[in-house]
Design a protein around this ligand. Sequence first.
Ligand SMILES: O=P(O)(O)OC[C@H]1O[C@H](OP(=O)(O)OP(=O)(O)O)[C@H](O)[C@@H]1O
Ligand SMILES: Nc1nc2[nH]cnc2c(=O)[nH]1
Ligand SMILES: [Mg+2]
Length: 166
Amino acid sequence: MDRLPHEKGFHVSWDQLHRDARALAWRLQDARPEAGWRAVVAITRGGMAPAMIVARELDIRTVDTISVKSYNHQTQAEPRIIKSPDMEMVGDGSGVLVVDDLVDTGRTLEVVKAAMPKAHIATVYAKPQGRPQVDTFITEVSQDTWIFFPWDMALQYVKPYHGADD
Ligand SMILES: O=P(O)(O)OC[C@H]1O[C@H](OP(=O)(O)OP(=O)(O)O)[C@H](O)[C@@H]1O
Ligand SMILES: Nc1nc2[nH]cnc2c(=O)[nH]1
Ligand SMILES: [Mg+2]
């Protein structure tokens, strides 16, 4: 599949992620089934921080994980499940919220949806190509944007503007 180069960077701070994950939780509260959400399944590793915030906001105590490995840094490989959630608990996914930090090509979610076809899929950020795989998300960024999360960044010194050419 052709992939656009990532020309732009979208840098997300912890504070911003917390705000956006809370906004996702509030949206998911409105989308809940009559009996409420039964469980949250986080797609590791990026989905774990947003899933924790969503579970806290919506008071969901059953939290499990699914591990799908597809990227080495910015290079994509064939996604595969390397750890499943408790499938007896998850069933076909009805009443289960699957949470990830973002959808890009949608290939990770394809694999997840094959395992839990009736789950509600929620991501904090979405790129256009993967958007159809998601039921609820908060912010869309363009396909040629790479999203940098707080766990991949560090504060560092920046030269003052007036001395930039020195
Ligand atoms: O829609 P896709 O093109 O499949 O990409 C989206 C996935 O890629 C990233 O995870 P990654 O595989 O890098 O693992 P990580 O969450 O452990 O960092 C991100 O957290 C999503 O899970
Ligand atoms: N951190 C990060 N991981 C990704 N995996 C697929 N797309 C992205 C992205 O834009 N940012
Ligand atoms: Mg991930």
